[in-house]
Write a protein that binds this ligand. Structure first.
Ligand code: PMV
Length: 330
């Protein structure tokens, strides 16, 4: 029996979230927190899933003689919808039964590309079971993963799925669609998150509504984000960290106009900037969730990490994951 294991990194958006939905470029970075899917084809039809170590929010635990644990079912349902859609789209009629195990130690749905990692992972797993391999498998998994996200969420840019499929620092051109690898030096980043109250789909819908109500105001803002991203690409390629930090702050201010910056994230961004960070911004869809800080150097990463944690931020990565999707079959 063929067993396939797929490991997919997660990601953080450095520039261009939301505007990428309207065709502007974006820059995203893969981070070394991986989601692992392990599966084998089965003769009994259907999908059997074991989730190990997947972190979901437990809303309340009552221990009063009887023990009651209330799990955030919406969150669970959300992850499973990507898995089921992936099975449907990528395994198709060729793999009728699948026994699957998913391991993740990252919380789902905080803007770190977990849904993209699950979508690309499911696509890769099915493709490997169907006999695909090498770069053809990776390319196909990136595109199918994007389709899975679009079908589950209604709308999605290729940013997250392409970045987790290929790894490294990626310049996303959604109009092609393509994810170009950017040459980069050491980027002393801190990637973390605060609790997120809204889903990506809700936040994307809010921004769309605002843009429809005020196109003459919102369209120029989206254009400006696009210009910031182009400048940021040059700053990364020249390893100009000071400029990169300034551009992160500019991008963060433009996200304020879109109305997606939460109070908790704002507190972290302001404090680290006051304490000498070169740049800081919210990341991903917003409404809480992910943020990213650019420190002056590695020593400052340690200092600022303590500040971030003292403000309630959880840190998930301080380095870049250069490799993307990995597939092992045996
Ligand atoms: O927070 P996340 O990782 O779900 O990122 C969403 C990024 C958006 O640009 C808001 C949406 C998208 O599809 O690119």
């Amino acid at each position: 029996m063929k067993i396939v294991e797929v490991s997919v990194p997660t990601k953080v958006t450095l520039f261009g979230e939301h505007a990428v939905v309207y065709g502007k470029p974006a820059i995203a970075i893969a981070i070394p927190r991986r989601i692992v899917l392990r599966g084998s084809a089965s003769t009994s039809p259907g999908l059997r899933i074991r989730l190990s170590n997947v972190r979901v929010e437990i809303r309340s635990v009552r221990i009063d003689g009887s023990t009651e644990v209330e799990v955030d079912v919406d969150e669970l349902r959300r992850i499973l919808s990507y898995v089921v859609k992936g099975f449907e789209i990528a395994c198709r009629d060729e793999v009728k039964g699948l026994d699957l195990e998913i391991r993740s130690d990252l919380p789902i749905g905080v803007g770190l590309g977990t849904s993209a990692a699950v979508s690309v992972g499911m696509a890769a797993l099915c493709l490997a079971l169907r006999g695909y391999e090498g770069s053809e498998l990776v390319e196909e998994a990136a595109h199918l993963g994007w389709r899975i996200e679009r079908e589950v969420q209604g709308a999605a840019s290729p940013m997250d799925t392409f970045t987790v499929a290929y790894g490294g620092v990626r310049f996303i051109e959604p109009w092609i669609p393509r994810a170009v690898a950017l040459d980069h030096g050491d980027l002393p980043l801190i990637v973390g998150y605060t609790p997120k109250r809204f889903t990506t789909a809700q936040l994307v819908a809010e921004v769309r509504k605002l843009r429809e109500s005020y196109p003459q105001i919102l369209n120029p803002v989206i254009e400006l984000v696009g210009l910031v991203v182009e400048e940021a690409r040059k700053a990364i390629e020249r390893n100009d960290l000071e400029k990169l930090g300034e551009l992160m702050v500019l991008n963060h201010r433009l996200l304020h106009v879109l109305g997606v910056v939460s109070l908790e994230t704002e507190k972290i961004v302001r404090t680290v900037l006051e304490m000498g960070a070169l740049g800081a911004k919210m990341s991903g869809a917003g409404g809480g969730g992910a943020f990213v800080v650019l420190a002056k150097d590695r020593r400052d990463v340690d200092k600022l990490s303590n500040v971030v944690e003292a403000l309630g931020g959880r840190i998930v990565a301080t380095s870049i994951e250069e490799s993307g999707l990995k597939v092992f079959s045996g």
